[in-house]
Design a protein around this ligand. Sequence first.
Ligand SMILES: [Fe+2]
Length: 341
Amino acid sequence: MTCFADLPLVLQEQINHNDQAKPLDTKEALIEQEDFSQKVYLIECDQLAKLPSSDCESTFQQFITDPVSLTSLTAALVRLQEDCIKDEAANDGYNSAYYVDYLAALALQHRAVCHPYLWGMAAGTLPSLYAALQDFARHYYGYSAHFPRYLTALISKLENPEHRAALLENLTEESGQYEEEELMQLKEFGVQPEWIVGIPHPVLFKRFRNSLGVDNAAMDDDHIEVVCWREQFLAIMNTGSAAEALGALGLGTETIVQTIYQPFVEAIQKVGSIKPEDAVFFPLHTAVDDHHQATLKAIAIDFAATPAGRADLAKGMFKALALRDSFWSWLYARAQGENGT
Ligand SMILES: [Fe+2]
């Protein structure tokens, strides 16, 4: 892997102006965390650090009259970064399953999971828990009801027929079809078959919002925040690689579902007036999605066999988590009486 040698000669000369290339000792720190430096460091894998003595501003001023060289430098740095991510994945010493577990652990530590909105919902400390639950029910539907579309987009990207078959089973459950064994398991969670069999999950969520007095609205009436979340999520599913889409829907979504829905279960219990069959969407997902999570995780392990697959799994996961974090922050502000309605 190199960067400097790829650059045009004229650019190499510019960077080498007052250059003080020197060998870099193993683990030598060029800059400590939280320190500030304007120096430009160009580090190569042959352990030569090229350190222009001029500061950042004057170094880059040399590029003002030569935008083509600046573009070359930027492109070379991007290539270098991509190579680093791939090398890191190839040499991190983890096996694929360990790597997927590592990503899943990161997902559970993300602010999308450990968000003050969720803490306030669980503890009942939001200014009006009932109103906050109503607001959640009103807006979350615009993202959640499109889950079958996200899943279908992912399935269409998978080349392995076994992967597709496993996720088609998840899609079937989204429409309200369950294996007998699953219904037995759900019963243990207090979920009665007659509440869910043959009823698509979006309809179950509608039942929940109706129980809170929230009317069903047309998709065109969805708030812009919800529309943006949905469309950006769909963009990951449609334009990303298969591994990226899997990272978003598997590691960045299904992995955290049990944890993020638990605060709503607790809030529903605190409110007390919602019948179990009207709130069944939540225990259904904390139980059934455990199995969905395992399916998606198994597929992710196959994709984590290559450095590029690992990098894309991580990218999709972090994108999905960032989108959800942003949505929680919006709902949190509303629950606190900010941001209008
Ligand atoms: Fe579902």
